[in-house]
Design a protein around this ligand. Structure first.
Ligand SMILES: [Zn+2]
Length: 318
């Protein structure tokens, strides 16, 4: 199970060195340093004329200076395992800064990460690296002030921490854990259609884990709330960082113990039982009614594929 967006293995995160400000600063100022630029959360990329192959456009310090982008608060992504060169992300937006607006014009076209991942035009490792940068940048954008005293916070540890200048409170990058589950009785699975989905798209159900909950409890509660079914065994399958903006999707198979399908109209417009043949057709885009499921970049796709292939859901005793 390898959705397109996962944990990038391109760089060594070198997390134990982030607190060494002099080390990070020397890496950042080095001629070999490279920067991934996000403009309004969209990465600057390189692509061929047909726009069917793309890669990250890495910038040097000299190029950033030419664009008048200040790299002092660049976010440390890691180092090249062989050369030791530092790789960073620089998030710029044009809120109140006309220089950024002008420079961003030169960098277009900008493509959002979801489109890049959906189109499959970039290597999964590069997509994942952009996801990491995007999640981190989105957190910085909302953590500029201290939640305790309202003081201004400043960037620390190469962007992996912020600290309030007034009360000293430390803030760490936010991750929101979400359970996403393929609900099945072993023969069929339940997929739902939410109002915000494109027409004819069905997917697994999902919901945020609440404080004080464990994984199993969250799966059972969300399944009961959204589609009215009681879940027995919960089987953990895999996880996926989902940088929209900073969730961690925790994929499970939820085996139905009993209950009747009853949807919560606040969450779901329609939910149906689907057999394996239907699921396969929806995955492959050949369903006779034109029904389909999310693309390969998503953990939902992987869970539905596992059900269709019987890889993770066969032979359960209930
Ligand atoms: Zn404070």
């Amino acid at each position: 199970m390898t959705p397109t967006i996962g944990a990038s293995t391109l760089l060594d995160r070198l997390s134990q060195k982030r607190c060494d400000a002099a080390f990070i600063e020397a890496l950042r100022r080095a001629a070999a340093a490279r920067f991934l630029v996000l403009v309004g959360e969209k990465p600057v990329i390189l692509s061929n004329e047909a726009r069917d192959v793309a890669s990250i456009r890495w910038f040097s310090n000299v190029e950033l200076e030419a664009l008048d982008f200040a790299a002092a608060d660049a976010l440390f992504l890691g180092v090249d395992r062989i050369s030791g060169a530092g790789y960073f992300a620089l998030a710029v937006n044009d809120h109140g800064d006309s220089r950024v607006g002008r420079a961003a014009e030169l960098l277009r076209p900008l493509v959002d990460l979801r489109s890049i991942a959906t189109q499959g035009i970039m290597s999964p490792d590069e997509v994942s690296l952009i996801g990491k940068a995007k999640s981190l940048a989105a957190w910085h954008d909302t953590a500029r002030c201290c939640g305790r005293c309202g003081g201004v916070t400043t960037v620390k540890d190469g962007g992996w921490k912020r600290k309030c200048w007034a009360c000293g409170q430390q803030l760490f990058p936010r991750m929101d854990p979400v359970v996403i589950m393929l609900v099945t009785d072993g023969h069929e699975c339940v997929l739902g259609h939410e109002a915000r989905f494109p027409a004819n798209m069905f997917s697994t159900i999902a919901g945020y884990i609440e404080p004080g909950e464990d994984l199993d409890h969250a799966v059972r509660r969300e399944t009961k709330e959204e589609i009215g079914l009681d879940v027995g065994e919960v089987r953990f399958v895999t996880t996926q960082p989902w940088p929209f903006p900073h969730s961690l999707m925790i994929g499970c198979i939820a085996f139905v113990a009993h209950g009747a399908l009853e949807i919560d109209p606040q969450e779901i417009v329609e939910a149906r039982w689907f057999g394996r043949a239907d699921a396969k057709a929806m995955l492959d885009g050949t369903h006779p009614l034109g029904l389909w499921v999310p693309g390969k970049q998503s953990i939902a796709h992987s869970l539905i594929r596992a059900f269709a292939d019987e890889a993770a859901v066969a032979g359960v005793d209930r």
